[in-house]
Ligand binder design. Structure first.
Ligand SMILES: O=c1ccn([C@@H]2O[C@H](COP(=O)(O)OP(=O)(O)O[C@H]3O[C@H](CO)[C@@H](O)[C@H](O)[C@H]3O)[C@@H](O)[C@H]2O)c(=O)[nH]1
Length: 447
């Protein structure tokens, strides 16, 4: 990197989830290319994944300084659970607690690094306060979409799920029941989810783009009284854990399938379907007859319900799949997803329509957004959120057969608009960060 006069020193601090660390890392890479000096702070296990990604990056070595956050040792929380990836769900509150307890250590890191800016995540309002206390402007970076954040913000302000100003975005009763914020000791919900915007200095960065979410972005901006600066999709190209023999075999298999014939099934880095749900998905695959690649991970190894896959019809991946490479493959024609925001973004980026099975948090809202945009369908759900094989087969059929051309055309159009916005987004992010940083008055040296 050519260090230039006016180089800004930015400390980036994501929540300990894969779906947060990697968008932060992609943003970090973009900033380094614009001659920022970037420090990325996380736990040792997350930094190991980041190091792998940096080593595998097509652009060669990227000089991001990795700073380790020491978590206090708590019973049940060995260092390999200092990340949400593969953590048993019952240990999530313990991880949140340990993370909060690391606040004093993080203050020490700020004092050592002395950055011009902190880019922090919504899970740690305490980090923004620690930066402000040391005179460092904190900037919130949201790795979730504008629509879900606007939806939750609206609920917080108006105490209603049903008055959100878009009929397309409504929660079902079972989803409302499930929308109970994670309770963490010493954290007020208002502070945890919404106060974070007010702690952010003038602007909020958001992993989004206007073509998909423009109207919801504007509404969120009005609710949180901050200027929203979209970063674009931030697709993590080097986000694979190294290609192994299983991956090579699967990609070879995929290469022998017809164009657009295969359904990719994955539910993100921290969500698991139950054994019963696996059985229903398997039935749906059987009825629809579609080719499939199914990433079936379980924290307790309870994935016996997953069919081994008839050799010529499907491949079951037990572990981590190279999602970007799969979605970018010409043989893939649909993505059965939980609608985590990165998965939705990648689906659009690679022009693949979605079969949505949302579970929690922002996912139901993201699923409604995909349906509103005409780039996905949702699997029908019962009163309790359950689904059956027939419903799964119907949804697959709609994407692969009945609505095939329309879905592919619309997601293709959105993809083109996203790419146009992507090119401009990083320039705008750089302008805004330069403006509000402690060195804001210095002339920023552009490429
Ligand atoms: O086998 C796998 C599984 C996942 N991924 C990648 O992991 C990321 C998963 O991100 P996302 O789709 O956002 O899902 P989660 O990991 O479940 O994300 C959490 O964080 C998101 C962003 O805040 C929220 O939208 C979700 O609800 C929340 O579960 C994506 O980049 C995938 O490409 C792989 O590469 N291989």
């Amino acid at each position: 990197m050519n260090s230039k006069h006016g180089e800004l020193r930015v400390l980036m601090f994501p929540w300990l989830a894969h779906g947060h660390v990697f968008p932060f890392l992609e943003l970090a890479k973009g900033l380094v290319k614009k001659h920022f000096h970037v420090y990325l702070c996380s736990t040792s296990i997350n930094l190991d994944s980041v190091r792998n990604s940096l080593n595998n990056d097509n652009d060669g070595h990227i000089p991001i300084e990795l700073v380790e956050l020491p978590l206090p040792s708590l019973p049940d929380l060995p260092p390999h659970y200092h990340t949400t990836k593969n953590i048993p769900p019952h240990l999530m509150p313990t991880l949140m607690k340990a993370f909060q307890m690391s606040a004093p250590a993080f203050s020490g890191i700020i004092a050592d690094v002395k950055p011009d800016l902190l880019i922090y995540d919504g899970f740690q309002p305490w980090a923004a306060r620690a930066a402000a206390a040391q005179g460092i402007p904190p900037v919130l970076f949201c790795t979730s979409g504008s629509t879900s954040l606007a939806f939750f913000h609206h609920h917080h302000t108006h105490k209603s799920w049903d008055t959100f100003p878009s009929d397309a975005i409504r929660l079902k009763e079972h989803e409302k029941r499930a929308m109970i914020a994670i309770k963490v000791e010493n954290v007020d919900d208002g502070d945890f989810i919404f106060g974070i915007f007010k702690l952010s200095c003038e602007i909020v960065l958001i992993k989004s783009y206007r073509a998909f979410e423009g109207k919801y972005m504007d509404y969120l901006s009005s609710l949180c009284e901050r200027k929203l600066v979209p970063t674009g999709p931030l697709i993590a190209h080097g986000d694979d854990e190294g290609v192994d023999d299983q991956d090579l075999e699967m990609m070879r298999w995929l290469g022998e399938r017809e164009e657009g014939s295969t359904l990719y099934i994955s539910f993100g880095s921290e969500n698991y379907v139950s054994k019963e749900q696996m059985v229903e998905i398997a039935k749906g695959l059987e009825v629809s007859g579609v080719n499939f690649i199914w990433v079936a991970r379980s924290p307790v190894g309870d994935d016996a319900a997953v069919p081994e896959g008839r050799r010529e019809k499907g491949v079951v991946v037990r572990g981590w799949a190279p999602q970007a490479a799969i979605l970018g493959h010409r043989s893939v024609g649909g993505f059965m997803t939980h609608c985590g925001w990165s998965s939705v973004t990648e689906s659009v980026y690679y022009g693949v329509p979605m079969v949505a099975v949302a579970f929690k948090a922002d996912q139901p809202v993201n699923a409604r957004l995909a349906v509103e945009a005409g780039i996905g369908v949702e699997v029908e759900r019962g009163e309790d959120g359950g689904f059956d094989g027939e419903g799964v087969a119907r949804a697959i059929n709609e994407v692969f057969v009945e609505g095939r051309e329309g879905f592919r055309r619309r997601v293709g159009e959105l993809r083109e608009k996203m790419k146009v916005e992507e090119e401009e987004a990083m320039n705008q992010v750089v302008e805004e960060l330069s403006r509000i940083s402690n060195k804001g008055r210095r002339q920023y040296t552009k490429d």
